[in-house]
Ligand binder design. Structure first.
Ligand SMILES: *Cc1c(COP(=O)(O)O)cnc(C)c1O
Length: 400
């Protein structure tokens, strides 16, 4: 076990894991068993049934809890602060399950499309929750949108796909003042760039499908909290509702996390170079990248998103092309190293057309208000040689 003061690169490899006491296996074994033998009724080694307890899932839950800086992760029983689910949306659903019909949820207006759909089209009806969407990058809008029924503040930063930022410390302070739970979807930044619990947030959520897994070969979700009561509540709902991450998928995410630090450094470095190239390209109308000087919140980005004290912008870039939908299609069809696909955060570079692909479920008028138009393209910069990525983009831009 590593000490909590270890650097992130060391924690990514070791946190929450130690060699198997029986065999010395360096990687945690994949425990596929659904049930565990008891010596006498109720007497067992802490494991009864895999929905409730699984050693491989525990290894992942401990690892991500440590990386996100949860102070609950020292404990060897089931009260540590990390929880793994069958998808990112299952993780969000579990947090919503801790709320009660009539509660109000205030969320960022520019959200992952699936989160928006879950809130508006499912949980508003099935659970009777009330959702409101506001531009949480503006603090006065946060204050104005809070009601006496507000129980949860849901923040994504940077957002998907417009890469808007929310000031984590300021929002946590507003929530704390009013006794409102605040949760941050940290999928885009990962704990390598920002740790919302340290800024005062109660919960961090991840789509482990993206950077944590990192290889586009597993779907999973994570919740982490540093609050003991909330950990108990989440554990109860995770077990009661049952959308846990399976043992093999837990292993894959854990394996991905081992290279998270080194991958995030490569993603950030490549993306910064690509953003610089695109911002002087005549076929590109707009480049949105958090640490780029043209980003309206580049100062906040520099303060909030860092590796080793150096500001970094992450691996995602959003661009508006100087062309219509047909031109945009030609660009996307001409890419060769970039793959046209949904999702993000893998070692391979992906390009996505939000309006038609990932954000089709967001109502057209909301898309327009957010700036998600037909010329918008979202890039997930992988860890290939950046010279090949730049050449690929330059050549495809000629096709517009
Ligand atoms: C993908 C994604 C999700 C949903 O996660 P799944 O694993 O696809 O269920 C939530 N938030 C963000 C920011 C995402 O990118």
């Amino acid at each position: 076990m590593t000490t909590p003061s270890a650097h992130m690169g060391t924690m990514a490899v070791h946190a929450g894991q130690s060699p198997c006491p029986t065999t010395g296996a360096v990687m945690p074994p994949v425990y596929l068993s659904s049930t565990y033998a008891q010596q006498s009724p109720g007497e067992h080694a802490g494991f009864e049934y895999t929905r409730s307890h699984n050693p491989t899932r525990y290894a992942l839950e401990r690892s991500i809890a440590r990386l996100e800086g949860s102070t609950l992760c020292e404990s060897s029983d089931a009260s540590f602060g990390g929880f793994a689910f069958s998808s990112g949306l299952a993780a969000i659903s579990c947090l919503l399950d801790t709320l009660t019909a009539g509660d109000h949820v205030l969320a960022m207006d520019d959200l992952y499309g699936g989160t928006h759909r879950l809130f508006r089209q499912v949980r508003a009806r099935s659970q009777g929750l009330n959702f409101n969407f506001a531009d949480l990058s503006k603090l006065d809008e946060v204050e104005a949108a809070i009601t006496p029924e507000t129980k949860l503040l849901w923040v994504e930063t940077p957002t998907n796909p417009m890469l808007k930022l929310a000031d984590l410390e300021a929002i946590a302070a507003i929530a704390k003042d009013r006794g409102i739970l605040c949760a941050c979807d940290n999928t885009f930044a990962t704990p390598i760039l920002q740790r919302p619990l340290a800024s005062g947030f109660d919960v961090v959520m991840h789509s482990a499908t993206k950077y944590l897994g990192g290889h586009s070969d597993v779907v999973g979700g994570i919740l982490v909290t540093g609050c003991p009561q909330l950990a108990e509540t989440i554990r109860f709902h995770q077990n009661s509702v049952g959308s846990i991450l399976g043992p093999f998928d837990s292993y894959l995410v854990l394996r991905g996390i081992k290279t998270l630090d080194i991958r995030m450094r490569a993603h950030c470095q490549g993306a910064a170079q690509i953003a610089a190239m695109l911002s002087s390209h005549p076929k590109v109308r707009l480049v949105v990248y958090p640490t780029h000087s043209s980003h309206p919140q580049s100062e906040l980005a520099a303060r909030q998103m860092q590796i080793d004290g150096t500001p970094v912008g992450g691996g995602m870039i959003t661009i508006e092309l100087d062309g219509d939908l047909a031109g945009c299609r030609r660009f996307l069809e001409s890419l060769d190293v970039f793959t046209l696909a949904e999702s993000l955060g893998g070692v391979e570079s992906l390009a996505n057309h939000p309006a038609i692909m990932t954000h089709a479920s967001v109502p057209a008028e909301d898309r327009a208000a957010l700036g998600i138009n037909d010329s918008l393209v979202r890039l997930s910069v992988g860890i290939e040689d950046v010279r090949d990525l730049i050449a690929d983009l330059q050549s495809a831009l000629e096709a517009i």
